[in-house]
Design a protein around this ligand. Sequence first.
Ligand SMILES: Cc1cc2nc3c(=O)[nH]c(=O)nc-3n(C[C@H](O)[C@H](O)[C@H](O)COP(=O)(O)OP(=O)(O)OC[C@H]3O[C@@H](n4cnc5c(N)ncnc54)[C@H](O)[C@@H]3O)c2cc1C
Ligand code: SF4
Length: 577
Amino acid sequence: MPNDSTSVNINSGGVAQNTFDAIVIGSGISGGWAAKELCEKGLKTLVLERGRDVQHKKDYPTTLLNPWEMKHRGGRTKAMVEENPIASKCYAYDEATEHFFIKDKHHPYIQEKPFDWIRGYQVGGKSLIWARQTQRWSRFEFEAPARDGFAIDWPIRYDDLAPWYSYVEKFAGISGNKDGLETLPDGEFLPPWEMNCPEKHIQSKIHSKFPGRTVIQGRCAHLTQPNPVHLEQGRGQCQARNICYRGCPFGGYFSSNSSTLPWAANTGNLTIRPHAVVHSIIYDEQKQKAVGVRVIDANTHEATEYFAKIIFVNAACLNSNLILLNSTSNRFPNGLGNDNGLMGKYIAFHDYRGNITAGIEGFDDIEEYGRRPTAAMMPNFRNVRKQEMDFLRGYMVHYSCSRVNWHNSDGAEGIGEGFKDFASLPGGWGVFMMMQGETIPQEKNHVRLSKDQKDEWGVPLLITSVDYGENDNKILKDFLEQGVAMLEAAGCKNINPFDNGRVPGNDIHEMGGVRMGNDPKTSLLNKWNQLHHCSNVFVTDGASMVSTGTQNPSLTYMALTARAANHAVEELKKGNL
Ligand SMILES: Cc1cc2nc3c(=O)[nH]c(=O)nc-3n(C[C@H](O)[C@H](O)[C@H](O)COP(=O)(O)OP(=O)(O)OC[C@H]3O[C@@H](n4cnc5c(N)ncnc54)[C@H](O)[C@@H]3O)c2cc1C
Ligand code: SF4
């Protein structure tokens, strides 16, 4: 069905009743931030969320369960894997968390090339199940595409975003050290977690034998020491349980449910409508702007329209692409704002294929207590200041050391007393190292809409056509070689580098398709995340990214969203939207 307002003939529920100042599509990490900012600035804001409601604390059914209180001890059964072959490939999916992941069979898409699309459809989106690793971009990531000649130039630089990083960090609560690195700028940190002894040992060996490479403690969205603004949100200190994916009753980590959404609700300006599948955005040819959103009720399939002066699209990268591509009208037959035909193209992601396991001796007299929710990490050291390798860009390295779990080690056989005695002893120390590689946005890596297949809500199925390239293979090879060299230098034993064979998507850092840029011929959004050709629509999730950097992306989405929302309010006040 065409989506221009002239052709609308469905339940509008009374235009006045369904009219708000702002609509936000999606209630995850970025949508939560849009809602908070817009509500705080006094805008009556409607958040449309396709999934069910999830109330902080009340709807975390497994958060206090011990393994023995769950039928399968919190594990993953064959039936779960068979029923959810894609979602169950995510490491965080298990008996204690499966309710925060979609059921694959209800949400089909077409994989032209293998792509594991991991989704959490509920109020809070993936903010409930993310791993909370948060690093700022540096100036090098924003400058890279123009300098190295790929993608297009970012329309903003680090200095444009730095104040907004500070703004979101203070509210969300980010723990970390002030490391003074140009490649990974410091933020507004709460106290850091501490590395354990073998991690520090590896760190010191890398520092002494590999000049220019710096290992730091991971920065993450956990309240190691809450500030008044966190207590005001009703959140408390993190207890180092590291079972956060179940939802945290302490609000120890940042999620939309514990932080931005209740804050927005407290203003009295927020309305959240769960079970609201956004079908498309309605464009008014006369007004030459978007006037509202068409929604299909997830349960009844009834169509409703909601209206607002500004619309924030925060459905997570690929769903934001889908909604915009499906928002067709006479003016925009190929998708809202898609005059250049580039919407859905230049999808990029992070390459997580490289893993290394090893053992490390000499620390068997050391025990560790509690469970830290982060690990040691090393910012990218390849091609930072100039192009120096035979590949573009580089990779971040994460590593952690822990006592090897008894059930993974040799000798854990048999039953009875001997087995129990064995199981109660800690094993030796093991090392796990992984890469987070930048991928280069390429036009051929794209998503598009199926012309003949739709889901049960009448929305065309998304076709994913995204793959690794030669550059990614070179980066993978370099990481495996360098990782082995660094672990050898630290005296590790039984070093085992491997390609884990993950397909794109499983990184859950998909980006692009509606990229920012200064030139409307080569980009979809301007430097404020507004569609060039429909300026009252803002896209501030991963879809807006020009390139991926090597950093975990969500902190950047938060900063972009807060910046864009404040700009939107200023423009509204000036009468420009
Ligand atoms: C296991 C795991 C670990 C991760 N670890 C990290 C990490 O350590 N660091 C990091 O930076 N990132 C991490 N991520 C990624 C992070 O979760 C995402 O980057 C982030 O959630 C993206 O925010 P978003 O607002 O774009 O999307 P989401 O948080 O996914 O929210 C999108 C929302 O939009 C809703 N929606 C979608 N389509 C529609 C529609 N048509 N109509 C209405 N609503 C719709 C969805 O239901 C969802 O609630 C991880 C993700 C997972 C799953
Ligand atoms: S580790 Fe911290 S954030 Fe995670 S569940 Fe425990 S208290 Fe909550």
